[in-house]
Design a protein around this ligand. Structure first.
Ligand SMILES: *Cc1c(COP(=O)(O)O)cnc(C)c1O
Length: 312
């Protein structure tokens, strides 16, 4: 069979995929309760943990079928004990979504608003933590994909830990693109999906989190049946299977995408992205387009330009 034609997508995800990733989806049918499939999933989890330098002793990777928003939903609904509040740094469309999820579940939360186009002043976060000792979870987005803004997650994680809260970071669009080290970055939970920086097909999402906190959360209120972190973690730990039907073909192709990530390497991949971004910036400059986020606040993954008010 022929390779499908190569397309260029100008959206920040789903990403384009290599032919080898596309073809990896074409596999003999398999019952996902087979041992062979369990071995595949366990390998995927180990590889995902390696990408964020998470020691397997302390961190687990929990897989779900679904897109990235499922991870945000799951972390928020599963990791808050009774009497505790979420603090959300809201400075982009994805952290605004996290706030909406809190409202849907009726989770007590505090919002720290910050401009969508500047490095946030983390003193506002510290003040909110000082003002309310019931904050148990600090939430932010690493790379706000709508604007290309980068948040100082290490500093935010440090603050969360200093005030005895856990740090949850939406790394959906930075995972496997920007180097992340969960221990050094004070991240207790982060997340992504197969179709973003890994450049796999759509449909497999994953949360990377501290085992001790997941295990503690077994006693927290259960607010969702399908999207509960402890239940999914516990089922996989005991059986090596995802609780509900996994995206089988996507799993095979994700394993291939992970192999291609390690073959290229974290630093060379970043260097490649930086070269592409430099070309985009030159192009935007050449056309006289104005970039929204100032260079010091950009993640260097998405270039967001102001819509020109030139009638042409
Ligand atoms: C893509 C993305 C998500 C998830 O969006 P879905 O449409 O559910 O895949 C979440 N957070 C960020 C930062 C993203 O870029």
């Amino acid at each position: 069979m022929q390779n499908p034609p190569r397309k260029v997508l100008l959206n920040p995800g789903p990403s384009t995929t290599t032919n080898s990733v596309k073809w990896a989806q074409v596999m003999p049918d398999i019952c996902p309760r087979e041992k062979e499939f369990s071995v595949l999933l366990c390998g995927i989890c180990s590889d995902i943990l390696r990408i964020v330098h998470a020691p397997e002793r302390d961190f687990a990777c929990v897989l779900f079928s679904g897109s990235g928003t499922l991870n945000i939903d799951t972390c928020l609904n599963s990791l808050l004990d009774t009497g505790k509040k979420v603090l959300i740094l809201r400075n982009g469309v994805f952290s605004a979504r996290a706030q909406e999820i809190c409202s849907y579940y009726g989770l007590p939360h505090v919002v720290v608003d910050a401009p969508w186009d500047a490095v946030p002043d983390t003193r506002c976060i510290e003040q909110a933590l000082q003002a309310d000792s019931s904050i148990g979870l600090v939430y932010c987005t690493h790379h706000e994909t709508g604007t290309g803004l980068l948040n100082p997650v290490r500093r935010i994680g440090e603050l969360a830990h200093r005030y005895s809260a856990i740090s949850v970071v939406d790394t959906t669009s930075s995972f496997a693109l920007l180097p992340i080290d969960v221990v050094a970055d004070h991240i207790d939970f982060c997340m992504s999906s197969s179709q973003k920086g890994l450049a796999g097909p759509c449909g497999l999402s994953f949360i990377i989190g501290r085992r001790s906190i997941i295990e503690q959360s077994a006693a927290y209120p259960k607010r969702s049946y399908y999207c509960n972190l402890f239940r999914q973690y516990d089922f996989f730990r005991n059986s090596g299977e995802m609780h509900f039907t996994p995206p089988v073909q996507t799993a095979y192709a994700t394993a291939q995408a992970l192999a291609e990530f390690f073959a290229e390497g974290e630093r060379p991949k970043l260097a490649r992205i930086q070269r592409i971004m430099a070309a985009l910036r030159r192009g935007a400059d050449g056309l006289g387009l104005r970039v929204l986020v100032p260079p010091e606040a950009q993640a260097g993954l998405v270039l967001c330009v102001r819509y020109p008010d030139d009638p042409r």
